[in-house]
Design a binder for this molecule. Structure first.
Ligand code: AMP
Length: 217
């Protein structure tokens, strides 16, 4: 969890690789559906472009289907889900039906001014999804992905007006989940605004290992 621009996707990618589990990114699933012009993509398109949340029933359906896939049978990492209290409650029900529990919820916090700087400079590869930043992490060749040579673009929802709306939506609808998971003793909170990607990652891994030890008794 964390506001847009906190580095959820970046850290989720590293964690998924380390733990050998899939990264279930609802943002990526929705963007792919929009690109492929599927019925889901058609429904989701206007919400994404305005920085609004896609309705809960659609999101819960996506998650139910995704968790049936074979790669999720040994665990998974959500990136960008749940984002509302209703999604969190629905997730509890889905997990209870599978006799599963969450191990931990990672919350990455970052100051608002830093988020705006990060989001407005973010560029994403059209081919492989790798992210860059025009100032903090520029590609070697302007507008070209270092990893696959694909063209870089600015996400429609990283434009200024939409960024403001996404931050508001985060404050009003997603931030309350921090208390929800704190009360369940699942929360790991990490400062994602003043440390390097590697240091944030080390911090998360360390706190996760402590949490797992406590769980295992
Ligand atoms: P993200 O890539 O996680 O920043 O998500 C991009 C956009 O996808 C969000 O601004 C929402 O419009 C939509 N989205 C992603 N995850 C969810 C979710 N769990 N609930 C509702 N909308 C979502």
């Amino acid at each position: 969890m964390g506001p847009p621009g906190a580095g959820k996707g970046t850290q989720a990618k590293l964690l998924a690789k380390t733990y050998g589990i899939p990264q279930v990114s609802t943002g990526d699933i929705l963007r792919q559906a929009v690109k492929d012009e599927t019925p889901l993509g058609m429904k989701a398109k206007t919400y994404l472009s305005k920085g609004e949340l896609v309705p809960d029933d659609i999101m819960i359906g996506i998650i139910k289907d995704r968790l049936q896939e074979p790669d999720c049978q040994k665990g998974w990492l959500f990136d960008g889900f749940p984002r509302t209290i209703w999604q969190a409650i629905a997730l509890d029900t889905i997990l209870a039906q599978k006799d599963l529990q969450l191990d931990a919820v990672v919350n990455i916090y970052v100051q608002q001014e830093e988020l705006i700087k990060r989001l407005s400079g973010r560029r994403v590869c059209k081919n492989c999804g790798e992210t860059f930043h025009v100032i903090f992490n520029p590609p070697v060749q302007d507008q070209i992905c270092d990893k696959c040579g694909g063209p870089l673009y600015q996400r429609e929802d990283d434009k200024e007006e939409t960024v403001k709306r996404r931050l508001e939506v985060y404050q009003n609808r997603t931030k309350p989940l921090i208390d929800y998971y704190w009360e369940k003793d699942l929360l790991i909170s990490v400062d994602g605004g003043t440390h390097s990607i590697e240091d944030v990652f080390k911090h998360i891994c360390y706190d996760l290992s402590l949490k797992m030890k406590v769980k295992e008794g």
